[in-house]
Design a protein around this ligand. Structure first.
Ligand SMILES: [Zn+2]
Length: 286
């Protein structure tokens, strides 16, 4: 058994569609490696909303292979950088009509759309050996558990808890928004007492490189990440490991970095929305 530091929920940027800068890849990897250490896992999540899939994983993959960083091993859904001994694994965060759901350790050819039900998303992810996780469960805008409670859909909450592999008890960026993390940690302890078998992870949910690796979970993996990429079993290994994870395995190295990241993220979204609205106004006046 290898203990692997894993920050499995990162975006690296807000959804602007700008390309990843090839020139800075070495510096970016140095910063991530300083945060989380060698032999680690970083989850890079494609955001899927009404406008489609932002393809951040694929664009990062292209930038890293053009960066001249040295040998990079690429398998379906995984990029491994031997110089830093870090693996980037693909995931999805899908904005469904009841909030966000998260998947991890999925192959390149999996397709998900925001029009799917969460049950259908879970089925597709499970079929390819990936893990289904409930992200920021009590987030006031995007938390599925908060939304299902508000809608009074108690049975569906039970169904989701029974079929999920893990629960995000600590989400770095959620610290900014009424800190729903305290509720999530307490709720997971209660779920354990009630014999739900889902694991418990901490992630950065960062929208910048500086946040990657600041919050992570110490996962018990069957082998080192360098070996898992060689035998192509990364997805199922992540799934097993997150199912067994506990609150005590979560490490949060900074209170400030995630809050600064979340503030920048919120401002960027606001600017994007204002620009979008003014574009729409321009079009209607033509
Ligand atoms: Zn996210």
């Amino acid at each position: 058994m290898e203990i692997v530091n894993a920050d499995l929920h990162n975006h690296f940027r807000t959804r602007t569609g700008e390309p990843f800068n090839v020139r800075y890849m070495d510096r970016i990897l140095q910063s991530i490696s300083k945060n989380i250490g060698r032999g680690s896992l970083i989850g890079l999540v494609n955001m899927v909303g009404r406008e489609g899939d932002d393809r951040n994983f694929e664009r990062f993959s292209q930038a890293i292979s053009r960066s001249g960083i040295g040998v990079v091993k690429r398998r379906s859904g995984v990029i491994y950088v031997p110089n830093y001994d870090i693996a980037f694994v693909k995931g999805f965060e899908v904005a469904t009509n009841i909030g966000h759901v998260l998947s991890m350790g999925v192959p390149d050819d999996l397709k998900l759309e925001s029009s799917l039900t969460w049950q259908e998303i879970y089925r597709r992810v499970r079929d390819v050996g990936g893990a289904n996780v409930i992200p920021h469960p009590y987030h006031f805008l995007e938390g599925v558990i908060k939304k299902l409670i508000d809608l009074g859909r108690k049975e569906e909450i039970g169904e989701m808890l029974r079929t999920s592999d893990a629960w995000e008890a600590l989400n770095g960026e959620a610290k900014l928004f009424f800190n729903p993390n305290g509720d999530a940690i307490e709720a997971h302890k209660r779920l354990k007492r009630e014999d739900y078998s889902l694991g418990c992870i901490g992630v950065s949910d960062g929208h910048s490189y500086s946040e990657a690796g600041v919050v992570y979970t110490r996962l018990g993996m069957p082998k080192a990440v360098s070996e898992l990429i060689d035998n192509g079993s990364m997805g199922p290994a992540i799934c097993e490991a997150v199912r067994a994870s506990r609150v005590e395995d979560i490490v949060c190295q900074s209170e400030l970095v995630p809050i600064i990241g979340a503030t920048k993220h919120a401002i960027e979204i606001l600017i994007h929305q204002i620009a979008h609205k003014s574009r729409q106004r321009d079009l209607t006046t033509i």
